[in-house]
Ligand binder design. Sequence first.
Ligand SMILES: [Zn+2]
Length: 596
Amino acid sequence: MTDMLLTGAEEIAWNLGDLYAGMDDPQLDADLDACDAEATAFSAVYRGRVAGLSAAELAELIVRCEALNDRMGRIGAFASLNWTQNTEDPARGALLQRVTERGARLAQELVFLDLELAAAPDATAAAWLADPALTHWRHWLEMVRIFRPHLLSEPEEKLLTEKSVTGAAAWGRFFDEVHGAARYELDGEQLSRDQALSKLYSQDRALRGRAAAAITAGLKAMQRTNTYIFNTLAADKASDDRLRSFPTWISGRNLGNQVDDHTVKALIDAVTSRYDIVARYYALKRRLLGLDELFDYDRYAPLPAADRFYSWEQAREIVLEAYGRFHPRMAEVAGWFFEGRWIDAPPRPGKMGGAFSHGTVPSAHPYILLNFEAKPRDVMTLAHELGHGVHQKLAGVQGVLMADTPLTTAETASVFGEMLVFQELMARESDPAARLGMLTGKIEDSFATAFRQISMNRFEHAMHTARRAEGELTTERFSELWLATQRAMFGDSVTMSEDYGLWWSYVPHFLSTPGYVYAYAFGELLVLALYARYQQEGGDFPERYLAMLTAGGSQWPHEIVKPLGVDLTDPGFWADGLTILEGMVAEAEQLADSLR
Ligand SMILES: [Zn+2]
């Protein structure tokens, strides 16, 4: 690395010792063996008997199942987190693979449980759901039952679980490894993908152009591999959907997200019908940058005053201040992440790119991975992942089966956290030009989560539809679908070059979690509406918000947000969020005019 500017985050590393002492900790294998033994004992007691259990007996079963899941989840979390710290280290890869295989075997042993719960007669299920002994797990039981029409027989489910390790999961890991090891040559340097992508945020237009060309060249060198992986995983998904009788490529995801197809369609229609807001903003950005034509690599160009440096210490202070102003409890829980070394902050060779918060298991605590480079967006990323982290920590009280929220509301706390930190940063800035820079930054972030993710959903839709109708797709066909869905969003405000056509091929979400991306838009528009209510109401809104986070995945999303004054079933609701975005663009236009 040439830019050796210290961020203060260089030494901020995880303490994975809260999970296991290290890769050679004997407790790891002892726990794996204990899980196997418990799974065998569990299945000896319950297999073939589930439908005949009383509510009290079923509650006993669930408690035992939670303990087993927690222990196995701890091992899996350690192996996975340990691997992300150096994806090029074969020993870490081998441990992850070993744990994944053992976990799949365990899952097979337990596969009878969901199947028998789902297969239980409706009268039995109704009696369970009505019994106070099962009140706590009511929603979990409902969720197991909604997949009833899509489950296969027990031997079939076992086969699918076992074969997925060397099938879809192996292809996913191969993709991650190929992209983790890939280097992009820029000005004589070998950069990782994230390092190369970060140059698109440079003020130097020529550098942005060279970075884009370097990324295109790198993707071109991998295009045969990427095309093959995308085709294989799209076909794998098509056969899964066919076997499980899902009518469309997105139906299974919607069911898992606990929203109906109509709500999702209403969201997508609302967003695609307002692509004019995107074109309006990029026309302003072109003017602010003083350019005649805006190319794809100009989209992330910073406006001059927006270039600020935030050390790790400053970033920490800003985020905790913003969280604490909303509710002291938010700052308290977020503070644990810094004090307990639950965060791994600096970029390192071999470390996984991007950022995430891994919830691990309720008996432990979440871990956050960042690649912190002291830019304003790194502060927002910290706010984002801490939002997830606080959510995961609070929802831990629901237990391992119900702590996780569906994807639709999984991004609520993260995006809301970003909103709080954005307001904090704005309040600290008095220079109008800098304020304009921050506002445009926020607009671009909101666009990235609302509009861009929906345009990516349109690409996924086109890709899966084409793969099913046309068979194996060529690289050119993928690129054509990508450019068409991107151009639809930008209109003529941004020129997407043919080179940009290959940029679908590095997005991991398309492979690891098909259909995931619309959840970001769902979360963004939901948060805009929530934030507006917080500003209007104040009062006990923060209390009700924390109660929503603590509820985790213990209730349907539309029920969980209801106490906050939100009706997800109202189609007009999505239009409201978009109007707020339009207002932000209008505000930026006014600020820009006042600076002329
Ligand atoms: Zn997130």
